[in-house]
Design a protein around this ligand. Structure first.
Ligand code: MG
Length: 160
C-alpha cells in the first residue's frame, strides 16, 4: 500500500448565451457562459474528478448526479470542498493540484491567480499548492471554435 496517489480529471462544457462564465469559482466577464446543470465550472469539475480519482472514489457524476435537483445551479467550489472532506474521510490530504484550461476566448491569464487561490481555499491548502494554466486551442476543435471550454487537472494526495 503506497502512501501517495495521483488522480486525473477532465471536463468540458458548452458555451451559451445568457449564462455567467464561472471558472475556478471566479466569474469572468464574457458575452457567453458555460451551460450545465450546476454552475458548469469546468475547471472546478476537472479538479474535483482528479481528487476523487486520486482517492479511488467514484467519479463526479456518480457523487453529484446532474439528474439530482439538489445540484441545480450548484456552486462547484462548494462541491469541491465537500469532495475534500470525502477525501479526508477516505484518509487522504491534498498535496498539490495542477490544471490547464483550454479556451480560445476570453483571455484568462488575468484570472489565473484568483482561480488558483479559490480552488486552494476549497481544497484547504495554501494557494501556492494549486496552479492554473490557460491555453488557447489554436482555433481548432470545439474550444478553438469558441463552442466550449475544457479543463484538465491532476491532483496529488498523501495518506493522512
Ligand atoms: Mg462538468
Amino acid at each position: 500500500m503506497t502512501s501517495e496517489r495521483v488522480g486525473l480529471g477532465w471536463d468540458l462544457h458548452r458555451l451559451a448565451e445568457g449564462r455567467p462564465l464561472i471558472l475556478g469559482g471566479v466569474t469572468i466577464p464574457y458575452e457567453k457562459g458555460l451551460l450545465g446543470h450546476s454552475d458548469a465550472d469546468a475547471l472546478a469539475h476537472a479538479v474535483t474528478d482528479a481528487l476523487l480519482g486520486a482517492c479511488g472514489l467514484p467519479d463526479i457524476g456518480e457523487c453529484f448526479p446532474d439528474t439530482d435537483p439538489a445540484y441545480e445551479g450548484a456552486d462547484s467550489l462548494a462541491l469541491l470542498a465537500r469532495t475534500k472532506d470525502m477525501a479526508r474521510e477516505a484518509g487522504y490530504a491534498v498535496v498539490n493540484a495542477d490544471a490547464v484550461v483550454v479556451a480560445q476566448r476570453p483571455k484568462l491569464s488575468p484570472y489565473k491567480k484568483e482561480m488558483a487561490a479559490r480552488l486552494a481555499a476549497a481544497l484547504d491548502v495554501p494557494a501556492e499548492r494549486v496552479n492554473v494554466k490557460a491555453k488557447t486551442a489554436e482555433g481548432l476543435g470545439p474550444e478553438g471554435e469558441g463552442l466550449a471550454i475544457s479543463a484538465q487537472a491532476i491532483v496529488f494526495v498523501t495518506k493522512l
